[in-house]
Design a protein around this ligand. Sequence first.
Ligand code: ADP
Length: 192
Amino acid sequence: MRLILFGPPGAGKGTQASALVDRYGIVHISTGDIFRENVGNETELGLQAKRYMDAGDLVPDELVIAMVSDRLGQDDARDGFLLDGFPRTVAQVEALDDIVAAQGHALDAVIRLIVDDDELVARLLQRAREQGRSDDTREVIANRLANYRAETEPAVTAYRERGILHDVDGEGDVAEVRERVLVAAAQAEDTG
Ligand code: ADP
């Protein structure tokens, strides 16, 4: 299975990713996690990405695309993957299509978690209190949500047109949402 978990910051992508990777035995590739790891290790990539992340801006496409292309070329991603936090722009959608096509495959499904803005802000502020992530401040959260609506949400159109977009209600408790996500993935598997 080649899956994308799509949705705004705070929608629960990271939380729900684990159910999908367990169910399908695929690798979880979170661009946010890879960037945070690079920031923590003070790599060149981390140094370049940090200022965008801290402001809640998107890291430039060339950097993200090169990183994901490299990651998808590794052995453990050959038979399937779950992308979380990528693609986030129209250019990233196109680049991913090229990468997957070059490997002789196609994407199976895009599962989008739908959560309204008030709930997202509440969850992100809660996470700020619990984990102290540097981009979970009220101001930066507002910018991340605005960028999601302006740049990321329109990028999903290509997947809707292809008939591989599955919208899932992301509100409710974690177990309920997990069940909906697994049902959507199973439907994609049947039709794929
Ligand atoms: P969230 O979805 O909660 O905003 P992530 O952990 O997915 O957070 O990403 C954190 C930050 O990493 C983003 O705000 C952005 O700066 C950067 N980032 C992650 N993925 C991408 C991407 N595909 N394109 C551009 N920037 C990205």
